[in-house]
Design a protein around this ligand. Structure first.
Ligand code: GRF
Length: 195
């Protein structure tokens, strides 16, 4: 028997944060699981929404993230066990990657290795899928390592690309997949934490 895990989870988000909010809502009935939302943008919409749910938020600039250990120290102070990159656009620095092996989950809106790498985020990804004439797209949940979009894959989920799709309509379909599978994947990782 393992003790009930009471993990603290960091969610990193740069913008709207619909995935971050989805996670907060999904785990709301489980108050033993606590969160902090981190962002590189002082005015990211996700921050106000998280604060309205009484979730602590923390913002940082490039120097704090890339020079010194301010963010890593903050993660450690909160005894953070898992990091979820949900629409977070900066590369995670090596010290944080090294401190959280297979404990940093990244969400990517395509079926990696297709349409990944630097500069491939948001609409750039969906436009590339359409330009390539792919008949399927989907999401990839993978562990972050030192290279963009290259870490081990935990889960992929597929959806069709329709002839009349625009980057917007495809993005909507992808977001539905993300909202469905991200909480499930995080829950799975939380269960593994005790093992
Ligand atoms: C998602 O599509 C995610 O895959 C990508 O950025 C988007 C973020 O959306 N990395 P949101 O901010 O969670 O609404």
């Amino acid at each position: 028997m393992h003790a009930m895990p009471m993990p603290h989870i960091a969610i990193f988000a740069s913008g709207t944060g619909s995935n971050a909010l989805r996670l907060l809502e999904y785990f709301r009935p489980q108050p033993s699981i606590t969160f902090t939302v981190y962002s590189n943008k002082q005015d990211a919409p996700v921050l106000a929404k998280a604060a309205a749910m009484d979730v602590p938020v923390y913002t940082f600039g490039r120097p704090a993230f890339y020079q010194g250990d301010e963010v890593l120290e903050h993660l450690r102070q909160r005894d953070t066990q898992l990091i979820v990159l949900a629409g977070f656009l900066w590369m995670v620095p090596p010290a944080i990657i090294a401190a959280y092996p297979r404990r940093i989950l990244n969400l990517h809106p395509s079926l990696l290795p297709r349409h990944g790498g630097k500069g491939m985020y948001g609409h750039h990804v969906h436009a590339a899928v359409l330009a390539a004439g792919d008949q399927h797209s989907g999401i990839t949940l993978h562990f972050a390592n030192e290279q963009y979009d290259k870490g081990d894959i935990l889960l992929q989920a597929h959806c069709p690309v329709l002839p009349q799709d625009t980057p917007d309509s495809l993005a909507q379909r992808i977001r539905q997949l993300e909202h469905r599978f991200l909480p499930v994947a995080v829950e799975h990782l939380i269960q593994q934490l005790g093992n």
